[in-house]
Design a binder for this molecule. Sequence first.
Ligand code: GDP
Ligand code: GDP
Length: 451
Amino acid sequence: MTPVIALVGRPNVGKSTLFNRLTRSRDALVANFSGLTRDRQYGEGKLGNRDYLVIDTGGITGNEEGIDAMMAGQSLQAIDEADAVLFLVDARAGLTPADEMIAKHLRIHNKSAYLVVNKLDGLDADAALADFYELGLANVEGIAAAHGRGVKALINKVLDEFPKPEELTELAESAEGVEEQQTAEIEQEAQGIKIGIVGRPNVGKSTLVNRMLGEDRVVVFDHAGTTRDSIYIPFERQEQKYTLIDTAGVRRRGKVKEAVEKFSVVKTLQAISDANVVILVLDAKEGLVDQDLHLLSFILESGRAVVIALNKWDGMDTEMKTQVKEELERRLGFINFARIHYISALHGSGVGNLYKSVEEAYQAAMSRWSTNQLTRLLEDAIVEHQPPLVRGNRIKLRYAHMGGSNPPIIVIHGNQTSEVPASYQRYLENTFRRELKIVGTPIRIEFKGGE
Ligand code: GDP
Ligand code: GDP
């Protein structure tokens, strides 16, 4: 899972400045989700090959009455949503009572927390930091967010607490990894196919969840689990096990107070990461909007299998239906491998048919092909279309094997593979997809070997 880092602190300590630095290269979610979440901003960042998610909060002034009021609302929720909390203070302003209250709250909150002393530029770092030690937080880091000083080291430190992606990859490639993968597969079997239901607010997720679980032939097991804010609901339908990841909070137990707002970006992104197949719900009455496309691109980046459900298909006349259909299929051309369903969660039409596509996408995402078969397809593809010459030498692609599933990864070995142009990679991808009949899931092609 992608680590989630929350920034908290008084106004003006430099949270936004740090946020911008941390998300500079990939801030797509910020612009598009900020309006949905009151005062919190979400952004994606990357350090080396490590992804993380950052939540910025509006700031805590300390003028609110009492610690509860002060930490209530969005900052508290940001802390809840996060794996690690960066608590920013201002070296120039020195220690304030509000800082002390926040620190007290963090100490009792069982979260990995860092005291980040900002605006160290032009100051004596040791003297400035000493001021804040009395807050009693174990991890103290000095930075100058505006100048980028210390920021990389800070994030490195934070990310070091989480497993590195290369460790996971290495593990997957080792014998131990094979065993682990088998264990994972057995666990997977127990939970069945994990389906994430995601979409913008009001597209009809809750209605769809209720409809899916309310079907006659569905047996819902009464041991729903909770991870963060999403509810995991195990059920069985026609002898197939599933676990539905409900981001809309339909089955939330009554006693939990509605501190959690209905739509949460983190919840949505985590549900996508954790699902095998995502059902992306769209609203036929509103058509495809930017937020839909951002969710879709996140699904693709995560490599999840996907089924698109265009909801609210009831009450539209034939002419409108044709128009909406054409428009959608044109604009979704870039993921023409995903099935599109036209449904009405309200009336139930088309809902049962989603399963067929979910299953098909899951099978494709979990498929394994032998080295033999993949290598043969690779050889045929090369005969059809040779890879290009690089400085007079032809790129050689020798063999291919599976490197993972959900999404399927096809690893191709050869010479000068770093020179394979994107267009040729696309050609190979399309060939594998066509020949192996891969529907409903993204696939990845990775190259290995000699310069
Ligand atoms: P926020 O309210 O916590 O989000 O704070 P901002 O990021 O908006 O920053 C508040 C002010 O502090 C702005 O004028 C920033 O330019 C300034 N600031 C932020 N980081 C630094 C820094 O590292 N050094 C200095 N000298 N000023 C900074
Ligand atoms: P969520 O925020 O995505 O969980 O959306 P809801 O399930 O709460 O639905 C939002 C609104 O859309 C509600 O008023 C629903 O009754 C309505 N709605 C949901 N599905 C349909 C549908 O298939 N057709 C129509 N006409 N309305 C729907």
